[in-house]
Design a protein. Sequence first.
Length: 388
Amino acid sequence: MIATAPLSEFFEGLFGVEPSGFWAGPGRVNLIGEHTDYNDGLVLPFAIDRQAVAAMRLRGDRRVRLATDYVDGVVETTLDRIGPAGLSGWSAYPLGVVWALGEHGADLTDLPGFDLALISDVPIGAGLSSSAAIESAVAVALNDLWELGLDRRSLARVGQRAENVVVGAPTGIMDQSASLLGEAGCAVFLDCRSLEAETIPLGLEGAGLEVLVIDTRVSHAHADGGYGSRRAACEAGARALGVTSLRDVSLAQLDAGRELLDDVTFRRVRHVVTENERVLETIQVLRLEGPTGIGALLDSSHASMRDDFEISTPELDLATDVARAHGAIGARMTGGGFGGCVIALVPVDAVATVTDGVREAFASAGFTEPGTFSVRPVAGAGRIEVTP
Ligand code: GLA
């Protein structure tokens, strides 16, 4: 939980006035359903207790001033100059949201400017959606301050547009949806075709389980090639199979159409088709047995990403293997892949053993020391109370 008092001080030091409020946007982990969102598929992420917090105040003119404790200096512009092109660096995220709000009905020619100071404890580039955390904090803040009346699904779309068009990362709708639609203790089951969402109680505490994040510290960037090439392979697979998206393909259809695909595309498609099935099974098991029953599904999701989708790394594979060997019920990489984090579902009394085991294994393999911390499912983005 980020304290607002130091952020308030940071804001006042920069802008000479108090902020009028604080808005938080959580990061997320994805429990299961990876690389399915942009295939119109199913995902089951949850918002985590790591968040970006924006302190903001409207101005009497059209200027916009932005600062973060992560990068020195204040970025200055005006609402007249904000377009989808030419934005770069960290301010592309908040300014991208401003631009995308304009696309969603905010009349940017007639609204007041603002000052914004932002801090975050979501690790950057770790696959925990540090960027969606910023986007949703800023989107809910401006939605309140500008009285836009947009609902949370529209705000998720706003964040995604900022990411796709302004930042240039061809990502799906999962991260922003998790960050905006989360509920305490629950995961968000999202159908990325209809955008219908349902919260699913995880029952972690009752089952004596924790979700341990193992950050391999191998950084990834989705504006780079690997993510885009997987997306392109999925689109090529759908075209070859004669469907608009892989959501429309069943395992039986995939087998029947096998000769239409080269081996690599076949495996990419198989990951997506089986992963959608695993999301449905996970929800069923959560309802019938609770979280202790979902370990094998997490493990097979990881195997599918390692072998079929080929987005894992030696660090992610080692972390999952060692976590399981030391008592985790199941473990998988989470997020876009090519680095980032593993989540392991661990009985509370085995967390220290798993943590130590992973650290030792990384040291023996000569890998960078991993970060490890537990996360809790929390509520989605919104205005927060002042805290010391
Ligand atoms: C990243 C993207 C998401 C999703 C995941 C993979 O986190 O931002 O839209 O595609 O990768 O599931």
